[in-house]
Write a protein of this length. Structure first.
Length: 247
């Protein structure tokens, strides 16, 4: 009885200290809005750089990703300075991170390359249909069910995005559709990367390296691989990107 009473008291105190119901939705809304705002600024800046300053999207991505990794590492050192070091990653966990980095490199590289052939409006509209790929991937890998209404909603969104994109650059249809194919391929890769990340993070055993490694720390390890993949793509498809005249 005494243990039960103490438990009830602790639960009551916890309930009193709990946050108001609206704080979590508000936090999610603000964080999502900030993310979208930052994403729009990044897209506009990449479009400007690729069109007028440095017309080599793969090379640009290869330069940006390692820089972002350094920033993520420095930020993790500040945020998690009091956190105990995570256990050393095992070979299988390292392989997971390598696969994530390769997929992400192809994904981001194709997304930036697509901006050579698509307007920002067309690219944004096509990207907004990525929910269909996410739902299909989640269903395929057994992460979430996929119902009829979800399929209809997803198909409607992706058709709307394609028709919206078709309104732009009608004078160069072949190039325009090349950009669409690149963007759709990037979205498929993004869905696979998301599914793999969810599987790895949710099914990692307690006490393992991945389970105890913070997201910023994982980002700092994955982004250099992403940059290396884009570097290879740049050396293959943009052979003059790293000449003295371009840099």
């Amino acid at each position: 009885p005494l243990l039960q009473t103490e438990s009830d008291v602790k639960l009551d105190q916890l309930a009193r200290r709990s946050k108001p119901w609206w704080k979590v939705p508000l936090c999610v809304f603000l964080c999502t809005s900030l993310w979208w705002f930052a994403a729009i600024l990044v897209i506009l800046e990449i479009k400007h750089v690729v069109a007028e300053v440095f017309p080599h999207p793969f090379a640009l991505t290869a330069l940006v990703q390692p820089s972002t990794a350094v920033f993520a590492w420095l930020l993790s050192q500040i945020v998690y300075r009091k956190r105990l070091p995570a256990p050393q990653l095992q070979k299988q966990e390292i392989a997971y991170l390598l696969v994530l980095g390769v997929i992400q490199g192809l994904e981001i590289g194709l997304t930036n390359k697509a901006l050579e052939f698509l307007t920002v409006a067309a690219r944004t509209m096509i990207s907004s249909t990525g929910v269909l790929f996410m739902m299909a991937t989640a269903w395929f890998w057994g992460l979430e069910p996929l119902g009829t209404l979800r399929i209809i909603s997803g198909l409607t969104m992706i058709l709307g995005g394609l028709f919206q994109g078709e309104d732009h650059d009608r004078d160069d249809g072949a190039v325009h559709w090349l950009g669409i194919i690149m963007q759709l391929t990037s979205m498929i890769l993004s869905a696979q990367r998301w599914a793999l990340a969810q599987f790895v993070l949710q099914h990692s055993p307690q006490g393992s390296g991945l389970a105890n490694t913070a997201k910023l720390q994982l980002l700092a390890r994955v982004l250099p691989v992403t940059g290396a993949v884009c570097l290879v793509l740049s050396l293959i498809f943009e052979q003059g990107a790293f000449t003295s005249g371009e840099l």
